[in-house]
Design a protein around this ligand. Structure first.
Ligand SMILES: *Cc1c(COP(=O)(O)O)cnc(C)c1O
Length: 390
């Protein structure tokens, strides 16, 4: 079976994990800091905070941005549920801005409209869908005008660059950027996430929130009289200064992630090569086209998504997926629009309020794209799709 996505683990990765297991430190040790430093340096951000998952990263980012009761967070309807759930976790209100049909990313126009209707918006969370960077200069300028901070959901976009050459994660257009290291993403940590930022107060707050809200670095004590006896620091003393979480990641995971991270450029280069081959193969088709056409040099290429006109093809999407499966080819739909989920419908959302997202959802299908996909396997995928859609 050829899955739609898959991680790549080699002996070096296995050795890296074994090295951590032999080191005597399992969590909160040198591998966490080394991984944070490597990512910060690579993307060009001042700070990086590793956490237990991308979802945990989005939760902490929403909290650090000040989303909460009476405040809204605007994201894209075409994303994994975690982007919007971050608002609900902190008692805030999720809002969706429709996508641009040519990029499947949040459209700056849609964002402007959503901000106009929701003046209580504290944070805007654009999602770099399939790895393609959103129009960040426009999104940042619209968010700035409304006094909202930007948090990039870059779960798909490790290794991606903006058109000006800066890397996603540099926070050139945002207060924070969040990555995921779930095995289906660019690099695997087993589970894991990372928040990058250039803002020191935000960094300090995230460090506390990651670990129960306990003071970190040289945070001043709130009860200094409790911290010392006769002018001498009490060695046991620490303070829980706000309500935080246990969202730490382990050294075991970071050992793997760091080893994987060294291969990132190679991973992305192969994905880009496969994407170009798909683009060429599907160029002349009538009922089917790539969902994203531009930015092939900038994208992190997390997914390869086709838009298929199932009404014209005589085959439903379910049937096509079944036929592909019978040919050992996996496929998936990314994503069911978040406002269409039962939990969100109960909150009053309606998927047809976002016409571009709604239409995209009728047509989208992700086909296999991962580092180990061979040319031969890709040719099999292409010929199966051409046969089934002709
Ligand atoms: C995977 C993903 C997340 C969540 O990341 P986890 O590490 O699985 O918690 C968030 N947003 C998007 C767009 C994702 O694809």
């Amino acid at each position: 079976m050829i899955p739609y996505g898959k991680h790549h683990i080699d002996e070096e990765d296995i050795q890296a994990v074994a090295d951590v297991l032999r080191s005597g430190v399992l969590t909160q040790g040198p591998a966490v800091e080394a991984f944070e430093q490597a990512v910060a340096e690579h993307v060009g951000a001042r700070y990086a905070i590793a956490v237990s998952s991308g979802t945990a990263g989005l939760h902490l980012a929403a909290l650090a941005a000040g989303v909460g009761p009476g405040k809204s967070l605007i994201t894209s309807p075409i994303t994994f549920v975690a982007s919007a759930n971050a608002a609900l976790y902190v008692g805030g209100r999720p809002v969706f801005a429709d996508i641009d049909p040519d990029t499947v990313n949040m459209s700056p126009g849609g964002l402007k409209e959503a901000l106009g209707k929701n003046p209580d918006t504290r944070a805007v969370v654009p999602v770099h869908f399939a790895g393609l960077p959103c129009d960040m200069p426009a999104i940042k300028s619209v968010a700035d005008q409304a006094g909202a901070v930007v948090i990039e959901d870059a779960a798909h976009a490790l290794g991606a660059t903006y058109p000006n050459g800066q890397r996603v994660g540099s926070c050139a257009y945002s207060l924070m950027t969040v990555f995921s290291f779930h095995p289906v993403k660019a690099i695997a940590a087993g589970e894991g996430g990372m928040i990058t930022t250039n803002d020191e107060p935000t960094y300090r707050k995230l460090l506390r929130l990651r670990s129960h809200g306990i003071n970190k670095l040289d945070d001043p004590f709130q009860l200094p009289e409790q911290a010392e006896t006769n002018g001498i620091q009490n060695p046991w003393y620490y303070e829980m200064q706000e309500l935080g979480f246990h969202y730490r990641i382990t050294d075991i995971q970071c050992g793997l992630a760091l080893s994987q991270f060294k291969k990132l450029d190679r991973f992305i280069a192969r994905r880009r090569e496969l994407v170009k081959r798909y683009d060429e193969a599907f160029a002349g088709m009538r009922n089917c086209r790539p969902a994203q056409v531009g930015g092939r040099e900038q994208s992190g290429h997390h997914l390869y998504v086709l838009r298929i006109n199932f009404d014209a093809g005589g085959l439903s999407r379910g049937q096509l997926m079944q036929e592909l499966k019978a040919r050992q080819i996996g496929s998936q739909v990314h994503y069911i629009p978040v406002p269409a989920q039962p939990h969100y419908r109960r909150l009053g959302f309606r998927p047809d309020d976002y016409p571009n997202a709604h239409k995209y959802y009728q047509e989208g299908l992700s086909i296999p794209l991962f580092y180990d996909l061979t040319d031969k396997q890709q040719e099999h995928v292409v010929s199966a799709i051409k046969e089934l859609l002709s």
